[in-house]
Design a protein around this ligand. Structure first.
Ligand code: SAH
Length: 365
């Protein structure tokens, strides 16, 4: 197969500087400024590479919108609130959320919409999706640039796309996993020659006695720290929904998806999606270290049921034709069921909140 532009760039960097950490490889594949996966395409939907919860059913975004309204009320309905979404894809979740939130007076007029998005293609999609609402929408490349103030942050399938580091345990310590050029001239995984200094102190307690060749994944904590800093300093909360594990564990979860099938993460760099599971324990500990109060993780199925997805589905069915009724049931099952073909258990929800905020819907009973 012909090499992709990102592959050419990665080969050049490896030739110049040696094997490249997996996190750098992933960052280049996804976010290379001109040729990265997200910079050049809309990956969502049937014609793309993967489908997300808001694209499965409007019920998802609607319930998230009502969650945001409840939170705003818990904050004593401030006159101005930043409604921030990280990685909004096509803007579908925000559109559905705002439509549902309109039933409560005051929230939508208090909200300013801030979208954090690196993809020019998806920014354009979001502009199109949200344009007809007649609300001011602002775009940023980074959460750091969003103005200060009370906020509600929403992030669905965002953290899994952030670059993940991997380390492999060897007799003399943990070595960073790298991408190198194999004997056959293709990309191959390897490990850095030297162990990472003092890494035993960083690895979670559960992994200290891990056997040789165990693999541990971690992400930079800037995003979690910045979310927690803002909710503690300005009041508010963040809702993070993603697939991953509730407790830190070992194992390689780096995966590539193209055209709705798993692919080899090292082939076709920049042409397939690369993700890794979210370590919710790490997210929790980072947020708590900033003084935030963390709820969950709870399974997406339990979360959506507590927010009332069954009655929302019932209402939708009443206002639709009989053939749409089946679609609504199928969509709900995909979002909440707990078997491996559905999202209810693998996908989890966590809230990072100001410590003064009372019980949050979806988490506390
Ligand atoms: N939340 C959407 C899209 C999920 S796909 C949905 O549920 O349908 C991941 C999204 O995050 C895309 O919009 C992608 O362009 C964006 N993204 C990925 N890495 C990013 C980064 N480092 N900063 C900002 N946005 C990013």
């Amino acid at each position: 197969m012909a090499s992709t532009p990102v592959e050419t760039e990665i080969r050049r960097l490896i030739a110049a500087a040696g094997p490249m950490p997996v996190a750098q490889f992933m960052a280049l594949c996804l976010a290379h400024p001109e040729r990265g996966y997200y910079m050049t395409r809309d990956p969502l939907g049937a014609a793309g590479d993967f489908t997300t919860a808001p694209e499965i059913s409007q019920m998802f975004g609607e319930l998230i919108g009502l969650w945001a309204v409840s939170l705003w009320r818990l904050m004593d309905s401030p006159d101005r609130i930043h409604l921030v979404e990280l990685g909004p894809g096509r803007g579908t979740m925000m559109r559905d959320a705002l439509r549902a939130a309109q039933v409560v007076s005051g929230f939508v007029s208090a909200a300013t919409i801030h979208l954090v998005e690196i993809s020019p293609v998806l920014k354009e999609r979001q502009r199109h999706t949200l344009g007809s609402l007649g609300l001011p929408v602002h775009w940023y490349d980074s959460l750091d640039d969003v103005p200060d103030g009370p906020l509600i942050v929403l992030a669905n399938e965002f953290f899994d796309a952030l670059p993940v580091h991997q380390a492999v345990k060897q007799a003399d310590g943990w070595h960073e996993r790298v991408v190198e050029i194999g004997r056959d001239g293709k990309f191959a995984f390897g490990v850095a020659a030297q162990p990472i200094p003092h890494f035993e102190r960083v690895v979670p307690a559960a992994l200290r006695l891990a056997p040789l060749d165990a693999l541990y994944e971690w992400r930079g904590d800037h995003m979690a720290l910045e979310i927690a800093r803002r909710v503690v300093r300005f009041n508010g909360a963040a809702l993070v929904i993603d697939y991953g594990h509730a407790e830190s564990q070992d194992g390689d979860t780096l995966q590539a998806m193209g055209a709705h099938s798993f692919a080899d993460p090292l082939r076709s760099p920049g042409s397939v999606d690369l993700t890794a599971h979210v370590d919710f324990q790490a997210l929790r500990e980072t947020a708590e270290s900033m003084g935030a109060r963390v709820r969950g993780p709870v399974g997406q199925g339990d979360f959506l049921r507590r927010l009332g997805i069954e009655s929302r589905a019932g209402a939708l069915k009443k206002s639709n034709t009989a053939d749409r009724t089946v679609d609504i049931d199928v969509a709900m099952a995909r979002l909440v069921e707990e078997d491996s073909s559905a999202m209810g258990r693998l996908f989890k929800v966590i809230a990072v909140a100001h410590p003064g905020l009372g019980p949050l819907p979806g988490f506390d009973g």
